[in-house]
Structure formats: structure tokens, C-alpha cells
Design a protein around this ligand. Structure first.
Ligand code: NDP
Ligand code: 8X3
Length: 252
């Protein structure tokens, strides 16, 4: 059988971890990246024994680390068929006049520049082979803006624009580019946004049925496994209880 390889950034948790498992079930060998090495290694026990797993620990903000890790892949891992640019997060939920420079740097550096650094290393191989699929994880926050979401929404609007630009530039090379834009998904996202405040982060997902990481992973697996002539270019996925970035029907 043809060897298929998927690289997923942010595979230590939430959507990235679920996507690694879902793509492994489709027969992809998995390159899983993130900063928490032990969590990457723990993925091994979640994958069937015929799936190979390569783990790479790096911070997507560190462009030298991204380059050195991804330019020195073993030969049988070099031809990446699917890149899932998932690593990302929100830091803080504050009005612009009280925003923190550290939070702003983190969101722009991880969600936007990190996605670009990783893509920069992987795209040339896809272009050379005239083949490949890139999945960029945006957000409903990249389609709409909500109060206090300012810079996070800006970073995800940038992901949406970059995704559209990638699709145009890679069009002559047969590379598919897919934008996935979830609404509220119960992951570690809010725990990170609220800097470890578990009580506050849990309230985000209370009073309605949020999406689960598996719902997004299933959608990614479906999109990636369409025939080569089909690209699900732009997908917004919301919990049924969510009608927009700001309208959620809660039964509290
Ligand atoms: P999680 O916090 O559960 O997962 C985030 C992942 O990103 C982790 O694996 C984390 O790995 C990785 N990551 C974060 N910062 C870095 C970094 N500097 N370098 C490398 N990896 C990093 O959240 P989600 O699964 O929810 O988030 C995944 C994506 O989905 C993000 O892009 C997020 O913006 C987006 N999204 C989430 C939604 C939600 O409601 N949950 C809705 C819409 C979009 P580690 O910490 O080990 O480095
Ligand atoms: C995550 C969803 O609405 O918290 O991107 O911004 S939201």
C-alpha cells in the first residue's frame, strides 16, 4: 500500500490530538508536533500498531527550531501528504484598552507566524510533487469578531486570509487547501485563554452541548479523504446551540 504521511501541529491536546487519531485510522503514518514531549509520546498507545508515529517537540514560534526539525526529517517521512496547521490558542479576553502585550505577541506569533513557519517548510515539497493537502484551523473568530476578542479574532481573520491566499498560489500545483472554522469546542482552549483558571474555563462550555474535538477531527478526516478533484474549501462548524460567535442558547 502507498505510504501516506500526515503532519499535525498541536497534537498534544484537543483538536490536534483527535485529528492525529482520526487520520491514523485512515491509514496515515503520523508526525505529531507540540511542546509537551511526554504527551506526544503518549499518543503511541492510542494508535494501532501498524501506524508509525514520529514525534517532534518544538515551539512553532521558534523559526530556527521549526526549520531544523522539519528540514531534517528521515527520508521515509519527507513526503508529507497532509499538513494540519492546528497549533494555536487564545491568551486573555480583555478589552483592547486593557490588553497585554505578552498576550498579543503570543497570539500573533503562534496562530499566524507559527502557521507560516511550518507551512514554509512543508509547501515546497508539495509543490515539487504537485500534490498535497493543507488544512488550516481557523475559527468562527476568523469569520466574525466578538467583544474582547480583538487580537485573537484578528489572528484568526489572518488565518482565513492566508488560507485563501494559499489556495490561490498553490492552485497551479494541485495542492488542496482547506479552511476549518469551528465554533465552541470543549478542549483545553479556555483553560489556556484564562491562564489555568479551571472554574472560569468550564463555564464557557456549560448550559449547552459544545462541540467535541472528535467532531472537528471527523470533519477533517472527511475533508481530507474526498477524491483528489474535490476540495472542501471553507467549512464553518458550530454546536447546534450556537448561531454566531456571540449567540449561544444556554439553558442555565
Ligand atoms: P488546546 O489548547 O486543547 O490545544 C492547543 C494545541 O496547540 C496543543 O497541542 C498545544 O501543544 C499546541 N500549541 C499551543 N501553542 C503552541 C506553540 N507555541 N508551539 C507549538 N504548539 C503549540 O486547544 P484546541 O484543540 O481547542 O485548539 C486547536 C486549534 O483550534 C487552535 O488553533 C484554536 O485556535 C482552534 N480553535 C479552537 C476552538 C475551541 O473552541 N476550542 C474553536 C475554534 C478554533 P503544546 O502546549 O504541547 O505545545
Ligand atoms: C475559538 C472559538 O468563540 O472562543 O476559536 O473564539 S471562540
Amino acid at each position: 500500500m502507498e505510504r501516506k504521511i500526515a503532519l499535525i501541529t498541536g497534537a498534544t491536546s484537543g483538536i490536534g490530538k483527535a485529528t492525529a487519531i482520526a487520520l491514523a485510522q485512515l491509514g496515515y503514518h503520523i508526525i505529531a508536533t507540540g511542546r509537551r514531549t511526554e504527551r506526544l509520546q503518549a499518543l503511541r498507545s492510542e494508535l494501532s500498531s501498524d501506524v508509525e508515529l514520529l514525534t517532534l517537540t518544538f515551539d512553532v514560534r521558534d523559526k530556527d527550531a521549526v526549520k531544523s526539525k522539519l528540514s531534517s526529517l528521515p527520508d521515509d517521512w519527507k513526503n508529507i501528504d497532509v499538513l494540519v496547521n492546528n497549533a494555536g490558542n487564545a491568551h486573555g479576553l480583555d478589552p483592547i484598552q486593557r490588553g497585554s502585550l505578552e498576550d498579543w505577541d503570543a497570539m500573533i506569533d503562534i496562530n499566524v507566524k507559527g502557521l507560516l513557519y511550518v507551512s514554509h517548510e512543508i509547501i515546497p515539497g508539495m509543490v515539487a510533487r504537485n500534490s498535497g493537502t493543507i488544512v488550516n484551523i481557523g475559527s468562527i473568530a476568523g469569520k466574525e469578531v466578538y467583544p474582547n476578542g480583538n487580537v485573537y479574532c484578528g489572528s484568526k481573520h489572518a488565518v482565513d486570509a492566508i488560507t485563501k491566499g494559499m489556495r490561490m498560489d498553490l492552485n497551479p500545483h494541485g495542492v488542496r487547501v482547506i479552511g476549518i472554522h469551528p465554533g465552541l469546542v470543549a478542549t483545553e482552549f479556555s483553560l489556556v485563554r484564562f491562564k489555568g483558571d479551571a472554574e472560569r474555563s468550564e463555564t464557557v462550555y456549560q448550559g449547552y452541548e459544545p462541540l467535541l474535538a472528535d467532531d472537528i477531527a471527523d470533519t477533517i478526516a472527511f475533508a481530507v479523504s474526498r477524491p483528489k478533484h474535490v476540495v472542501l474549501a471553507d467549512i464553518v462548524i458550530l454546536p447546534t446551540a450556537q448561531a454566531s460567535a456571540t449567540l449561544v442558547k444556554k439553558n442555565l
